[in-house]
Design a protein around this ligand. Sequence first.
Ligand code: PLP
Length: 412
Amino acid sequence: MHKVATSRVDWSALREDFPILQERVNGHPLIYFDSAATSQKPRAVLDVVRNYYEHENANVHRGLHALSARATEHYEKSRQRVADFIGAASADEIVFTRGTTESINLVAQAWGGKFLRAGDVILLTEMEHHSNLVPWQLLAGRIGARLRFVPVRDDGTLELEKLSSLLTAEVKIFAFTHVSNSLGTINPVAELCQKARSVGAMTLVDAAQSIGHMPLNVQELGCDFLAFSGHKMCAPTGVGVLYGGLDVLDSVPPWHGGGEMITSVTLEKSTFKKPPHRFEAGTPNIAGAIGLAAAIDYLEGIGRAEIFKHDVDLASYALQGMADVTGLHVLGPSRDRGGVISFVMGAAHPHDLTTFADQYGLALRGGHHCNQPLMRRFGVPGTSRASFYLYSTREEIDRMVDILDKAVRFFK
Ligand code: PLP
């Protein structure tokens, strides 16, 4: 018998907050296990975005009319809300971007372009999402820097004993993910940041998979930069954040040029605002930022510690159920992991298995999950991935296990 976790949150009732969960897919109730790709949105967020467009819509920072003032105030309040959510010292440490990918590109291009030289080392890990790998490859190719990687063990954790030989004085930045989007591994961020600092390296934390799933405080983690996307934490797509300490951001030159980021412009040259506005050229995603603040209110109403417990409970419940499915092999740690489970089933290609699951209304993801080097490391072309969030339930996991059992018979 599986132990039923107790929690002060009524997880089943909370599903009512997410209209999309009422959808039927291929004649079955939707089981949405693709939250690592993007989360679903609660009505509270949808309503705030709609209300913004119905009552406040105007461009920010430029207008002298009432609506523009209203939109600007709401947008800037959202920045403060994000700062409080991640424990930043000031709203000026919050740059709104399109998402994790853009945040990391900003650091690689603007910070890296200024501070890195030929021969410098950028330390990454073998489990990075392409968005925390390709921007560094582009930079390294441009300036002649070198990339170095912390290897991943067979159990999906980082080979941290190698860190002392990898983290040398040549390393200028250590950029790594908090939670692996393929393996569910949770990396010891504070320890990694402290070790990087001890050799004078900067740190960038990819918090795409952790931000909406567990308590997180940038000052406790001790990171220099932290990147995340709104859409994985109940907010709209197209908005994300780059956190950077004030002094750090102040040292970074502009990267995108345009309106909003200047103090004065002549035909020959321009001067630039201080951070964060220096990095927000053009009209930002105003509704997205406001929706992000609403998502933060929603998540904090539940509590990130509760959400983390729920994720961990679902992951361990799923691992127990999946252990009985013939021929199914799960990648990643067997414990201390987030709510992301990648697996392969001997006879079935991950794409075929994922398509099979869809016939029963089960939304999995199949493929390399933007982790091609990691898939190569494990000798698989890809995996099927089930990823859970606050609206996922044990009952849905039971249904997934039934569907996987059917797949075993189908693909044999
Ligand atoms: N980093 C990790 C760990 C991710 O899982 C993802 C998205 O799946 C990203 C970065 C990229 O996020 P986005 O596509 O929102 O920029």
